[in-house]
Design a protein around this ligand. Sequence first.
Ligand code: BTN
Length: 258
Amino acid sequence: MISREDFQRGLRTELVGKRLFVFESIDSTNTCAKTLADAGTEEGIVVLADVQTAGRGRLDRTWNSEAGTNLLFSLLLRPELPIERTGLLTFFAAVSVCRALETFIGNLVECKWPNDLLLNGKKICGILLETSLRNAKLEYAVMGIGLNVNQKHFEGDLEMNATSLIRELGTEFDRRQIFRAILVEMDTLYKDVLRCSFGRILEEWNRRCRMFGRPVTVAMESSHVSGTAIGLEADGGLIIRTGSGLQTVRAGDVSLPL
Ligand code: BTN
């Protein structure tokens, strides 16, 4: 049985996870964190669950995860950021997870625009950033993390495209240790976010990204852009050199030819 004490024991953070809500089962940790945020809950709270009955991914997709094997949690933050920089919170979360994972596995985790982390070319983690704006200001942000830790089998196409720590490294991992390590990295990097200083976060994200200089296609709702990925815009958009010049895309699914 999942317990708050187990996941919080020995956690040395100033803000992130100081209050932790733990559920055996919940619809979605992001939905719960947003409800708490709307009720005025302070920043830094984390909602963690063993299983989600309505886990959500980007672009209205569902996020399925086997009960009791992975990490499913959401962090509520209330930084004072210009609206055009709020998208960078995905990069803050991505780099925090990479840093933590790398201390366990010893290899670099790959960042794939906009919100995926890959291990050996397969998706191991997805990040769902949801924000609330009030009077043209960021009221709060909820960052949902779905990290595959000890799940051995995936359904359908995911069997080919998704992975987990146990699949790549052949050994079971202690979810509590990984969870605490991620919160510690988030706690550290959040100080940069509060100063609206994303230089180190973006530099680290870029270092872990293998898309730049390579041909990519970004599929959007009703169109697509093909060209060479050049780098990131200041707001986190992806700059692509196309046949007709530079174009920045701000949402979509990237595919890279093999
Ligand atoms: C994606 O890759 O599309 C993002 C997936 C994010 C999944 C996590 S699991 C915890 C949190 N709660 C949710 O409902 N979604 C996020």
